[in-house]
Design a protein around this ligand. Structure first.
Ligand SMILES: O=C(O)C[C@H](O)C(=O)O
Ligand code: SF4
Length: 529
């Protein structure tokens, strides 16, 4: 088994950096369905560009490399204790090499272990089987989409859909509701795994297991096959679109499994996975640990998108101006947009001039800040002057070379988590722009209006695309929060993001949410009798 650790390492690198072929095909299908000149179409172009860049640079597709979860099937007689040790060693090495972000955080102290090892991480499930090889699979599912998992206990009353009973039609309603409630926050267009039945724990497990199915497979259970097809069709009619910008493509895959339940319980558990659906697997020789073959189609065999386009910048010619942000889901309509170059620090006047739909190109310095920093800033001073500043909701992958830090991956994180703090922090420090993904709520929208600030939506998961715009790391504060949560001061050139909440009270997110709820309620009538 001397090769086993090296094989695990290769599996981790491949999973983090090269999106599998079946997932790429789904992204390509999504792209073909979307009007390329819309914001959603352009977001998809950025995504495909990012997929290519990650493969070429052997760098993480998304900076959130997730909770490494291994499913291992072993022939009788192999040593699981040794395998566990080797998996942990490979995880440590991949973290040190910048293929995984240090993602294991002590839930009580907030301390990041720094090497992705700790109580409960990584997750490793062993099962024995009668085959003569080891089947080792890995999924790297990030925190933003994990937060959008949802479990229903039937019967239930669902927003927009009314009563969901203990039958196939009730299940149908739960799944549609699950897609609706995720909006763009889990980096849509997404994939869902659904577990029907089980208990609360095994229901979620079953849902996650579905994510190990190939995107193009056919469900062997006819009722479930029919339901999967129905959900693909109906889910994409909700109009949430890529990154919640509105559009034709909300769902890229749906896989449903069923297990027996207790008479009193009827759970429908939904595991939501972002477009950056990173899972791969290898077949291993049980005596040497050598790789005999890969389980899922290789990403390198399926080309995504066109080569060398500059999607976010093209948005300037095609994004809608204000006036289309009337909550009617005009988000995905092409229109005349503006490209506005802003150099930091930014003035209030420059911000007041921006409208939902404008593309902003940032030059100068921005500061990363996410959960730990926002909480801290509520009752402490900032280590740097934030007047006119840009805050980027981002937890990057960073590597140190001598005294210098390098950015290895740096896409946005889900902004809504900062909703309790953001408005107060904008006011306290004079921040002019907040960059993140998925949008923010009414408290932040009011603060943008009152204090003259703007919310800019970057494309979630496009970690290589944005890392390329970061020219220099000017410094870092709060390293004690761990690499993802530290406050990184970054010099950027040409960092493009779209205004989705402006200082005039307009929010694209509120519009898409309203329109998709209306659409959801059109699916209220019974479909499966
Ligand atoms: O933690 C991150 O960097 C991103 C996270 O996966 C998210 O989607 O919010
Ligand atoms: S940022 Fe988006 S793409 Fe990355 S893990 Fe989170 S949900 Fe997935």
């Amino acid at each position: 088994m001397h090769q086993f650790e090296e094989s695990v390492y290769q599996l981790i690198v491949e999973t983090s950096t090269n999106l599998p072929g079946d997932v790429r095909r789904a992204v390509n299908r999504g792209r073909a369905m979307e009007n390329q000149a819309t914001r959603a179409g352009l977001a998809l172009s950025t995504i495909t560009r990012n997929i290519q860049m990650a493969e070429e640079q052997i760098s993480p597709i998304c900076q959130d490399t997730g909770m490494p979860t291994f499913i291992v099937h072993t022939p009788v007689g192999t040593n699981q204790i040794e395998m566990k040790k080797a998996i942990r060693a490979a995880i440590q090495r991949a973290t040190k090499d910048g293929k995984l972000r240090p993602n294991s955080v002590d839930s009580l102290t907030g301390e990041n272990s720094g090497d992705n090892l700790g109580p409960g991480t990584p997750v490793i499930h062993f099962e024995q089987w009668e085959q003569d090889y080891i089947d080792l699979r890995l999924i790297l599912k990030g925190g933003g989409c994990e937060n959008k998992n949802i479990q229903y206990s039937l019967p239930a009353e669902l927003e927009g859909l009314g009563r969901a009973g203990r039958d196939l039609d009730g299940i149908r309603k739960c799944i549609l509701h699950a897609i609706y409630q995720a909006q763009g926050q889990g980096c849509s267009a997404g994939f869902i795994g659904v577990g029907i039945g089980g208990d609360r724990t095994t229901g979620y497990e079953l849902a996650k297991q579905q994510l190990f199915r190939e995107v193009d497979d056919v469900n062997p259970v006819p009722e479930l096959d029919q339901l999967e097809r129905y959900i693909m069709e109906a889910g994409n009619q909700l109009g949430i679109g890529t990154m919640g910008f509105g559009g034709e493509v909300t769902l890229l895959g749906c896989k449903i499994g069923a297990a027996n339940r207790l008479p009193a319980s009827f759970f429908v558990s939904v595991a939501y996975n972002c477009w950056a659906f990173r899972r791969q697997g290898v077949k291993l020789n049980p005596s040497t640990g050598e790789i005999q073959g890969w389980i899922y189609p290789s990403g390198s065999e399926v080309q995504v998108g066109d080569s060398l386009e500059e999607p976010a910048r093209e948005a300037a010619a095609t994004t809608p101006t204000a006036g289309q942000t009337d909550g009617s889901n005009g988000a995905s309509q092409p229109g005349q947009g503006r490209e506005v170059v802003l150099r930091t620090p930014i003035s209030e006047e420059q911000i007041r001039d921006l409208r939902v739909g404008d593309v902003v190109i940032i030059q100068g310095e921005m500061h990363t800040g996410r959960d730990a920093l926002h909480k801290y800033l509520m009752d402490h001073d900032a280590p740097v002057d934030l007047n006119g500043a840009v805050i980027y909701h981002c937890g990057p992958v960073m590597l140190k070379d001598g005294d210098e830090w390098h950015v290895k991956a740096a896409g946005p994180t889900t902004s809504i988590r900062e909703e309790p703090y953001q408005g107060d922090i904008i006011k306290k420090f004079g921040i002019r722009a907040v960059i993140g993904k998925g949008g923010m709520g009414p408290k932040t929208l009011a603060a943008l209006q009152d204090h003259g600030a703007v919310y800019l939506n970057a494309i979630g998961g496009a970690a290589q695309y944005y890392a390329e715009c970061i020219k220099k790391v000017n410094g870092v504060d709060f390293m004690e929060f761990g690499i993802p949560e530290a406050m990184w001061h970054l010099e950027v050139d040409g960092f493009a993001a779209i205004v989705t909440m402006d200082s005039h009270g307009d929010s694209l997110h509120a519009g898409v949410e309203k329109a998709s709820l209306e659409k959801l309620s059109t699916f209220k009538e019974t479909v499966f009798k």
